[in-house]
Design a protein around this ligand. Structure first.
Ligand SMILES: NC(=O)C1=CN([C@@H]2O[C@H](COP(=O)(O)OP(=O)(O)OC[C@H]3O[C@@H](n4cnc5c(N)ncnc54)[C@H](OP(=O)(O)O)[C@@H]3O)[C@@H](O)[C@H]2O)C=CC1
Ligand SMILES: CC(=O)C(C)=O
Length: 317
C-alpha cells in the first residue's frame, strides 16, 4: 500500500492526514478498535473527554506501545477541552485528567471543543428541570489564553479549536499569542465548508473534517433522514473508481488538503477506510462532489441554541 500522507501545520509539526474517530465507540469496543487501527497502520487517534472512553483508548495505546507495535513519538493523539471546563482556572486540570485517562505525558493536539461554555462543576450536559442545558458566559478568548501556557509547559505540542465559525476565528486571532493549528469542523459533501476552509487556510489554519461519512450513528438520527453514504451520485463515482463510498468520502478530504477522522468500531471497516493511499480523485470528480453541498449539517448541537457563542446561528460560515 502507498504511504499514508500527512499535513504540515504552520508551527512545523505534522499530523497524519487520516485519523480514527472515537465518538460513540463504546468503552467495551473502543479498545479493540484502537488496537486494530494501530495494527493496520493508523497513527492518529481523535479523542475527547466528553466521549467517555478515553481510559479504554489509553489502555489500547499503552498495550500497543508495550507490544512494540508503535512508539509514543510516532503517534498523534488529539483530545478536546469540554464546554464545562472553559473557566481559565479549570483548563489545566481538565487536560491533566485527559492525560491520566489516556496514560500519556503529553498530547499532540488539544482543542477547545466548542466556543460556547456550559455551567461549570457538574454534569457534562448540565440541564435544568425542563431539560434545557445551562450555559456559562465565559468568553472563549479567556479559555484560549489558558490553553496557550500548556504548550510551554510541555503538556501539549499544539493547540487548536473546533466548531469555531469565521467570526470567532477572526476574534480569537486578535488576541492569540499562539495561533490555533487547526479548526476541527463538520465537513463532507453535503456541508463542504469551502468558505470556512479558504478563510482558515488564508490564516495558516488547517481544517480537520469531522463526521466525514455523514455520522449515520449520531444519536439523534431519524430513519427518514438522507444517508450520505447511500447517495446514488457518490455511489456512481465509487463504482466507477472501484472504491467504496466511504473511501471516496475520505479521499475527498485528503485531496482538498484537509485532515479527516472517520469513526469506525469495526476492524474490517477500519482497515478498508485506511485503504485510500493508492488512488486520488481527479479535479473533475472533486468539482462534481463540490456541487453536492446543500448546507446539510448532521451535528447542529441543538442544545446550545440561544447561547451567544453557539457557532451556527449568526455568521454565514
Ligand atoms: N469536534 C467535534 O465536535 C466532533 C468531532 N467528531 C469526531 O469525528 C469523528 C467522526 O465523526 P462521526 O460523527 O463519528 O461520524 P462518521 O462520519 O465518521 O461516521 C461514523 C459511522 O460510519 C460508520 N462507518 C465507518 N466506516 C464505514 C464504512 N467503511 N462503511 C460503512 N459505514 C462505515 C460507522 O459504523 P461502525 O463503527 O459500525 O463501522 C459509524 O456508524 C468522531 O468519531 C469524533 O472523533 C465528530 C463529531 C463532532
Ligand atoms: C461528537 C462531539 O464531539 C460533539 C457532539 O461535541
Amino acid at each position: 500500500m502507498a504511504k499514508a500522507t500527512s499535513v504540515k501545520f504552520y508551527n512545523g509539526k505534522t499530523i497524519p492526514a487520516l485519523g480514527l474517530g472515537t465518538w460513540k465507540s463504546k468503552p467495551g469496543e473502543v479498545e479493540l478498535a484502537v488496537k486494530a487501527a494501530l495494527d493496520i497502520g493508523y497513527r492518529h487517534i481523535d479523542c475527547a473527554y466528553v466521549y467517555g472512553n478515553e481510559k479504554e483508548v489509553g489502555d489500547a495505546i499503552a498495550a500497543k506501545i508495550k507490544e512494540g507495535v508503535v512508539k509514543r513519538e510516532d503517534l498523534f493523539i488529539t483530545s478536546k477541552l469540554w464546554n464545562t471546563f472553559h473557566q481559565p482556572e479549570l483548563v489545566k486540570g481538565a487536560l491533566l485528567q485527559t492525560l491520566e485517562n489516556l496514560q500519556l505525558q503529553y498530547l499532540d493536539l488539544y482543542l477547545v471543543h466548542w466556543p460556547q461554555a456550559y455551567k461549570e462543576g457538574g454534569d457534562l450536559f448540565p440541564a435544568d428541570e425542563s431539560g434545557k442545558i445551562q450555559f456559562s458566559d465565559v468568553d472563549y478568548l479567556y479559555t484560549w489564553k489558558a490553553m496557550e501556557p500548556l504548550v510551554g509547559a510541555g503538556l501539549v505540542r499544539s493547540i487548536g479549536i473546533s466548531n469555531f465559525n469565521s467570526g470567532q476565528v477572526e476574534r480569537l486571532l486578535k488576541v492569540a499569542t499562539i495561533k490555533p493549528v487547526t479548526n476541527q469542523v463538520e465537513c463532507h459533501p453535503y456541508l463542504n465548508q469551502k468558505k470556512l476552509q479558504e478563510f482558515c487556510e488564508a490564516r495558516g489554519i488547517k481544517l480537520t473534517a469531522y463526521s466525514p461519512l455523514g455520522s449515520p450513528d449520531r444519536p439523534w438520527a431519524k430513519p427518514d433522514e438522507p444517508q450520505l453514504m447511500d447517495d446514488p451520485k457518490l455511489k456512481a463515482i465509487a463504482d466507477r473508481l472501484g472504491k467504496t463510498v466511504a473511501q471516496v468520502l475520505i479521499r475527498y478530504q485528503i485531496d482538498r488538503g484537509n485532515i479527516v477522522i472517520p469513526k469506525s468500531a469495526n476492524p474490517a471497516r477500519i482497515a478498508s477506510n485506511f485503504q485510500v493511499f493508492d488512488f486520488k480523485l481527479s479535479d473533475e470528480d472533486l468539482k462534481l462532489i463540490n456541487t453536492f453541498d446543500c448546507n446539510g449539517r448532521f451535528v447542529p448541537m441543538t442544545g446550545s441554541f440561544g447561547h451567544q457563542y453557539h457557532p451556527f446561528e449568526n455568521d454565514e460560515f
